[in-house]
Ligand binder design. Sequence first.
Ligand SMILES: Cc1cc2nc3c(=O)[nH]c(=O)nc-3n(C[C@H](O)[C@H](O)[C@H](O)COP(=O)(O)OP(=O)(O)OC[C@H]3O[C@@H](n4cnc5c(N)ncnc54)[C@H](O)[C@@H]3O)c2cc1C
Length: 276
Amino acid sequence: MSRLPSQMPAEPVMSTAKILASEQVSPSFQRVTVGGAGLGGYQWRGFDQWFRLFLPAPGADLTLPTVSGRAWFRSYLSIPKDRRPHCANYTAADFRPDGAAPEMDINVVLHWDHDGKLGGRVAEWAVSAEVGSPLGLLDQGVMFNPPPQTGSFLLVAEQTGLPAVRGILRDLPANARGTAVIELPTEQDVAWFTSSVTIPAEMSIHCVYPQSPGDTPGAAALAKLQTLPAPEPDAYAFIVGESHLAAGGRRTLRRLGLDKDRICFKGFWRHHPHKP
Ligand SMILES: Cc1cc2nc3c(=O)[nH]c(=O)nc-3n(C[C@H](O)[C@H](O)[C@H](O)COP(=O)(O)OP(=O)(O)OC[C@H]3O[C@@H](n4cnc5c(N)ncnc54)[C@H](O)[C@@H]3O)c2cc1C
């Protein structure tokens, strides 16, 4: 690869934006488009670039923490609770820098609690998005950082990691080769994903589905990973999503002999089984 993305910036930039649009693009994804002049300082690196999303506290104006170098959390906690913004981690799914008003898409997973209610503060925000309402975004850079001598790629994700893997597939060189294992809830989600990005011809994509509705998200992706041949020693693996998938995927690849420096893994959230 000629272009290696850097990792977390030393001086992450806090940007502000407003909601421009929100659209359900498939059964499990809501695409929220945000933009405005406040995004002008956002340094787009592509791949799996992610950020801390700040949403106004209910009934309050948006109050953002002060950022000093990489530090922001202490300032965040010092904001009185009734004004403290909700904070969550999201991937910059697409970015259009053109013009005076740049735009970013955020692909938010829609997940439902066992009682059929939409789960998660950000999913609620995404589906009830009010055009013009403000948000803050603190850039956290990219995690995907293959060593220069990388022969092939192994990308593994469940739905929350799909925006990251989709961004990597979009930004890899056209001659990149390897495998991606992606677990999504429905065939319509897969159809949207594959139609939304140009995938390098030599990346083979395995899309898998949960076996039953109560399964831990990512279990089918982990099972598929365990059937694949051992990666070549110069492969680079990127495994993200539910914590069991990230940790189990790393364990599997270590057992198969892949060097730990060639495995990037991160649990994006933790599944808690429903206890009736
Ligand atoms: C680097 C990074 C990038 C991420 N990028 C994205 C992204 O682009 N799109 C995206 O949708 N998510 C993404 N996530 C995951 C997201 O941060 C979590 O799903 C987070 O819990 C959502 O925040 P929230 O405040 O809405 O959830 P909360 O309100 O804190 O969570 C509510 C409950 O829902 C559960 N939950 C969270 N996600 C799911 C899920 N997918 N299925 C079932 N239950 C769930 C939580 O465990 C919790 O119990 C990313 C995470 C990281 C670390």
